[in-house]
Design a protein around this ligand. Structure first.
Ligand code: HEM
Ligand code: HEM
Length: 309
């Protein structure tokens, strides 16, 4: 994301929470990278217990084996993200920072993280059935998008965006929301392909990529065309289209390098393959974040004073 889309100098009262929220975004992304590597190396059951790992807080195998390292440090990164999110929600609430919407978004983010821990933990205890793994993978992206939305609400850009009263709110908002929903669906189908190895899900995911691309291009072109006066729209739109082209190209590489037997056949010996697939997962998350920010920004720029101020 560029400084044009998320400026870094909010007023004093929100500067701290804004920075903490950016730190949460970074930590959540690290957690997602480790989670994606855990799945891509089939290390999810390195420890069969939860919340402890092999009955300990810091088992030796978490720094002497790769599968133990990935799974255990994924748990630790998740716990750090959760603690930071709790800190932010309490800071906003007891420090009376931001408005009600900001505080509500912070709690929603916190609850999503709690749900992540439950789906992750129960997934392990139940030996990773597809239903918990697919839900866990999808919620990860929704969680990240929620904290991106919160960062946007805490930023200067949010407060400085003047309402464009000559632009009707309808179509731009609906298109951006539709593109966001299509992207999330793309993740759900990708996660189904990943965790069930269903060829039906896999080819639906490949075909739907082109539908998502067309919808996202229309949504971004519309936003840029109609909201050119709202700063930041053009750069977010450029990032979305650029990353989506990269993601589709990378998708074909993933298709070529992944094991036809799916994640069950993956091991820590094929780290390069795991890294390629995990990059596809992380770019998917970045796209969800950018689309959520675009939607929020279009919403903000087309608000009507008095109703959504
Ligand atoms: C901040 C919270 C968390 C986030 C954002 C997160 C994110 C992720 C992501 C993105 C994946 C990869 C999914 C995929 O590539 O399909 C993953 C995998 C996994 N996560 Fe988490 N996770 C979180 C918390 C936890 C916790 C607390 C546990 C506790 C055990 C956990 C256990 C797992 C396991 C076992 C996998 C591998 C699943 C499989 O291969 O089926 N996660 N996580
Ligand atoms: C709009 C473009 C796309 C997006 C946003 C996207 C996103 C994703 C995401 C998020 C996942 C993992 C879901 C999870 O967390 O478990 C995934 C999996 C996958 N994607 Fe894509 N994808 C796109 C296009 C493509 C294309 C064009 C291809 C192939 C030509 C492709 C091939 C795959 C494959 C093979 C997997 C499963 C990997 C595995 O089995 O481990 N993707 N995709």
């Amino acid at each position: 994301m560029t400084t044009a889309s998320l400026p870094v100098s909010p007023p004093a009262s929100l500067r701290g929470p804004f920075r903490l929220c950016l730190a949460i975004l970074v930590m959540a992304t690290v957690t997602i990278i480790k989670g994606a590597m855990t799945t891509s190396t089939n290390s999810g059951l390195a420890y069969p217990d939860y919340p402890l790992s092999a009955g300990q807080l810091m088992p030796e195998s978490s720094y002497t084996t790769l599968s133990g390292f990935l799974e255990h440090f994924h748990r630790l990164a998740a716990a750090s993200t959760g603690l930071m999110a709790l800190g932010l929600a309490l800071w906003l609430y007891y420090g009376r920072r931001g408005n009600r919407q900001v505080r509500r978004t912070a709690w929603i983010g916190g609850f999503l993280l709690l749900a992540q821990a439950l789906f992750g933990g129960f997934g392990v205890l139940l030996k990773l059935p597809a239903v918990t793994s697919v839900t866990h993978a999808t919620l990860a992206q929704l969680t990240l998008a929620t904290f991106a939305w919160l960062s946007y609400q805490l930023s200067d850009r949010y407060r400085d965006t003047a309402p464009l009263t000559d632009v009707p709110p309808g179509a731009g908002r609906k298109l951006a929301l539709f593109a966001l929903v299509m992207l999330v669906m793309q993740t759900v189908v990708g996660a189904l392909a990943r965790h069930t190895n269903s060829s039906h899900a896999l080819w639906t995911h490949v075909g739907n990529a082109f539908v998502v691309f067309v919808v996202a291009t229309i949504a971004t072109a519309f936003a840029v065309g109609r909201l050119a006066k709202a700063p930041g729209v053009a750069s977010v739109a450029r990032w979305i289209v650029g990353l989506m082209m990269l993601q589709i190209a990378l998708g074909f590489v993933v298709l070529a390098v992944r094991d036809p037997a799916g994640k069950a056949a993956m091991t820590t010996d094929r780290l390069g393959t795991a890294a390629v697939i995990s990059t596809h997962v992380v770019i998917g998350a970045a796209l969800t974040v950018l689309m959520a920010v675009l939607w929020a920004h279009v919403h903000r720029a087309t608000r009507r004073e008095g109703r959504l101020a």
